[in-house]
Design a protein. Structure first.
Length: 565
């Protein structure tokens, strides 16, 4: 599919999205247009991975809001640089497939700002995801984002933003109301909400599952427990003024320094005559101090508290604990600890025995440690069947980008060697060469190390892209024999690159062909696809041509004898 708009117009629109605060939208808009075998596609994928890693770290409170914003600003700056170099050849059509899944639990995220300018559209978002981590991908987290976990979801769901008062907002849905919920990634609904009148008004976030009911031709919607009412303050005063008024307002009631974080559960336990525990559930509102970070991250703290409480429920009743299978009990313990060592212990215990949670243990060990070795361990264990392969690959790509940034800041032989050792599959060595090319001191020494990295990478995992990059970036091709030998081990790759390899050898003999060069060429390519060009070069040296023709004749005789045999 060709571009739906001129490239300069696309570039201008994407830059506008970034300036308006829609960085994830801009990144994914461009990614959907790109050829997935282009260098630009890989760069955009790496930018998305960096954004998603920053979201995960911020959600877990492992980085501050200032550090998080620096990550976002750096991704935006790199994206601006990328847009300047876009070319028409980067864009092709790509089919999109969606696979529905059965009913399950998942997470719901919504972003509805609590302050909106009057008569101006504001983007609001609702998301549903099966995977708790996927809900945080491709979005910039701010104080308006709310996440609800362990919510019932289905294969088909609908989402709406409603104006219960009528006439307070103009709401335009930017997606179909009913959508499929995919096993991987997230399903998203976007809305343009324009406040029409001043004052404090209500917006209703409504998410429904679609149930198949016998006797009904169409699925029947059923609202899930998430029915949040969000108070919207339109342009009564600016956000800074609102904050100042809130801080200045006196309060006689200490509880006024707290606000409801949403619908949760209060718990009360009583000891029975048998010494076990009964648990009474009552609906309540849990209040938390209002700080600049409390709204965004309260759901994460709530999940941690819920996990610890559920562990208590399991551990307290001895009879219940005794009948729970050992792998399940061990998994609960590892999940509550949520440390690399806890998941490592679980893996060591159950890798040979097998466990339904083993793949998650590999994944969570990598996520909590952040170590490349743990990510590689997951890839090695689940290279063909991994449910989280895309997620792990995105984290590896993020670490690859970070290593490249280190090389750009400080090109050194040790950095380059470590990079190719850590990422043998990389097809981004061109970026390493660019970093070295910009250096004035010890440039030749570093370039020799970069060429070694190219050759080492080809030997490790030959691909067409790597071979073409080597032939292009190192015109002297002093290590061409090593590259050719490495690729020959992969016939499916060799078939694609044989014409380019032959051109490289012929270029070396073009000015002054020798019998040795001609003989080596025929040994390497007994069935040359550039035979005509080879014979044209031989015309310059009749003696070389004569010997080459004789060798070709003998090779044909051997081939015929083998065929007759």
């Amino acid at each position: 599919m060709p571009l739906t708009q001129a490239l300069p117009e696309l570039r201008q629109n994407l830059e506008a999205k970034i300036r308006e605060g829609h960085l994830p939208d801009a990144l994914n808009t461009l990614l959907a247009e790109l050829s997935d075998d282009s260098e630009t596609y890989r760069i955009v994928s790496a930018l998305i991975a960096r954004l998603n890693v920053a979201n995960k770290e911020r959600y877990r409170n492992t980085i501050s809001s200032e550090e998080y914003q620096r990550h976002i600003d750096q991704v935006s700056a790199d994206f601006f640089d990328l847009l300047a170099g876009l070319a028409e050849g980067d864009f092709v059509a790509k089919p999109v497939s969606v696979r529905a899944t059965s009913g399950k639990q998942g997470s719901v995220l919504y972003r509805v700002p609590n302050t909106m300018p009057i008569q101006k559209p504001t983007r609001c978002t609702i998301r549903v995801a099966v995977d708790e981590d996927a809900i945080l991908e491709n979005i910039v987290l701010d104080e308006h984002v709310e996440v609800k976990s362990r919510v019932e979801i289905s294969d088909v769901m609908s989402a709406e933003l409603l104006d219960p008062e009528g006439g307070a907002f103009q709401i335009s849905a930017l997606n179909a109301r009913t959508q499929l919920v995919k096993e991987a990634g997230y399903t998203e609904w976007n809305f343009n909400v324009t406040p029409l009148i001043d004052g404090v008004h209500q917006l209703l976030v409504k998410v429904s599952i679609m149930e198949i009911v016998p006797g009904f031709a169409e699925p029947i919607p059923r609202e899930i427990s998430l029915m949040e009412t969000v108070t919207i303050v339109t342009d009564l005063f600016s956000a800074p003024e609102a904050a100042a008024k809130t801080e200045a307002a006196p309060s006689a009631d200490p509880s006024s320094a707290f606000k409801a974080s949403g619908q949760t559960f209060g718990f009360q336990s009583t000891q029975s005559q048998q010494g076990l525990y009964e648990v009474k559930y009552s609906k309540a509102v849990v209040e938390a101090p209002v700080t600049s970070e409390s709204k965004s991250w309260s759901s994460n703290r709530g999940l941690r508290a819920m996990a610890l409480f559920l562990a208590f429920l399991v551990l307290a009743p001895a009879a219940t604990w005794a009948i729970v299978p050992e792998p399940t009990r061990d998994w609960w313990v590892a999940s509550v600890k949520d440390t690399p060592d806890a998941y490592e212990n679980y893996i060591q215990k159950y890798e040979a025995k097998g466990s339904a949670q083993l793949e998650k243990a590999f994944l969570y060990r990598a996520e909590t440690s952040g170590r490349l070795a743990d990510l590689r361990a997951y890839q090695h264990k689940y290279q063909q069947t991994g449910k989280y392969e895309a997620k792990v690959s995105s984290r590896v790509a993020a670490l690859e980008s970070k290593s490249l940034e280190n090389i750009r800041e400080r090109p050194a032989q040790t950095n380059i060697r470590q990079f190719v050792a850590d990422f043998p599959e990389t097809e981004r060595l061109t970026e390493v060469k660019k970093a070295v090319d910009s250096r004035s001191e010890n440039r030749q020494e570093l370039l020799a190390e970069v060429e070694n990295a190219y050759v080492t990478s080809v030997k490790s995992r030959p691909t067409e892209t790597k071979v073409l990059a080597y032939l292009r970036d190192f015109p002297k091709q002093e290590r061409l024999n090593e590259v050719e030998a490495a690729v020959r081990a992969r016939p499916e790759v060799f078939e694609k690159v044989q014409p380019m390899l032959e051109d490289a050898y012929l270029k070396q003999m073009e000015q002054n062909p020798t019998p040795k060069q001609a003989g080596e060429y025929l040994d390497k390519f007994p069935q040359p696809v550039r035979r005509e060009k080879f014979e044209q070069i031989l015309e310059k040296k009749p003696t070389v041509k004569k010997k080459a023709k004789e060798k070709m004749r003998k090779m044909e005789e051997v081939k015929q004898d083998e065929g007759n045999g």
